[in-house]
Ligand binder design. Structure first.
Ligand code: ATP
Length: 351
């Protein structure tokens, strides 16, 4: 049963597709039991084809659950009329807008359809909501432009503005950061987080951006075909190992300490890295990509790299078999190590 404070409750929910003949095809072997609370930004993560979009569409009432119940507030979703539903849930899907020559303002105004009469006449209150949505998404400066004149990032923000104008307690977005460059992905995520926080709406979005979700989400829902759904704050899921388990594969692994994914490479020799700050961080990344096992303490005469910074200029000293090589960039550092690799490897096997 839904708790009074939750915006949406998923109770013993099974999602999937019902073929015309034969048995229903469930996307999970476990049911989903989750809640969306006010002011929460939740990122729904999982591998391709696990059922993220299907879950979103099911929550939006566009697809029937195979089993279980969904409550929006205290009301069962299947008992909500279409007009009431439109006042409770807004959806931003990945489909492109067919009406490309529509001005931004008119598209955002379409979000007001649950409140306008048959003719869609906008009241002063509707205009106020539209203006607020444009301002909150920083789309007001191009409100007169038509959709076809917008960049992908601007278009995405306009779609979010339309959902905001709809003024629903729950907003669902399917991959809102897809096709955006990094600054726009970060901006959209920050915008959604701020909106959840300041408006008290619950926002659920699907994404493949693990880094962004780890940084920006209040909660993660991890969908996995075998384990079903695991949820929690990003930090709890990292500490419990659930995040690592869900996303580590033979090609790369999640490193709990740095919060980064690391590619598995052929293991080379251990190496000691000394230095501080940014220079050390990026040197370590390059060494690990090349497969070196980076240590911070000198052990048994391992090769040693020291990073120095003077007057904003970096220098690397490589101490190798009592010889010191000095280089001025990471590319030269890696080349020097590559040239002496047989020496490093034989050194490693003798220690
Ligand atoms: N209308 C449909 N009828 C039957 N099966 C479908 C239908 N739509 C999707 N599926 C199947 O359901 C599974 C889940 O699809 P869904 O799009 O929900 O996954 P997803 O996690 O969002 O994937 P992605 O990350 O690739 O977007 C897939 O195997 C897909 O082929």
């Amino acid at each position: 049963m839904s708790t009074t404070s939750s915006i949406a409750t998923l109770e013993q929910l099974a999602i999937g597709y019902q073929p015309k003949k034969g048995k229903a095809f469930s996307l999970f072997n476990r049911v989903i039991q989750e809640q969306l609370m006010p002011g929460e930004l939740v990122c729904l993560l999982g591998p391709n084809g696990v059922g993220k979009s299907t879950l979103l569409r099911t929550l939006a009432g566009l697809h029937k659950p195979l089993q279980g119940k969904i409550y929006i507030g205290a009301t069962r979703l299947d008992k909500l009329s279409a007009s009431k539903m439109a006042k409770m849930v807004s959806v931003v899907l990945t489909e492109r807008i067919p009406t490309d020559n529509l001005p931004v303002y008119s598209l955002v105004a379409m979000g007001r359809y649950p409140y306008t009469g048959w003719w869609g006449n906008l009241s002063p209150k509707d205009h106020e909501h539209i203006q607020c949505a444009l301002l909150a998404t920083h789309t007001d400066s191009f409100a007169d432009k038509t959709i076809d004149k917008l960049s992908d990032g601007e278009r995405q923000k306009v779609m979010i503005a339309r959902a905001l104008a709809q003024d629903t307690p729950l907003i669902l977005l399917d991959e809102p950061t897809a096709h955006l460059d990094l600054p726009n992905r970060v901006e959209v995520m920050r915008l959604l987080h701020k909106l959840a926080l300041t408006t008290g709406k619950a926002i659920l979005l699907t994404t493949h951006e693990l880094d962004l979700a780890l940084q920006g989400a209040d909660k993660l829902w991890l969908m996995q075909s075998k384990e079903g759904m695991v949820s929690g704050t990003p930090e709890d899921l990292v500490l419990s190992g659930a995040f690592e388990k869900a996303f580590s594969s033979s090609g790369f692994a999640f490193d709990k300490r740095s919060g980064r994914f690391k590619m598995h490479t052929e293991g080379k020799a251990p190496i000691v890295l000394k230095g501080t700050g940014t220079g050390k961080y990026w040197t370590q990344r390059a060494l690990e990509r090349q497969g070196y096992e980076v240590h911070s303490q000198t052990e048994g005469g391992m090769p040693l790299i020291e990073v120095f910074k003077q007057n904003q200029v970096y220098t690397w000293h490589i101490r190798l078999h009592d010889q010191i090589h000095t280089v001025s960039n990471i590319e030269s550092l890696l080349k020097t190590l590559q040239t002496s690799q047989p020496a490093i490897n034989s050194h490693a096997s003798s220690t």
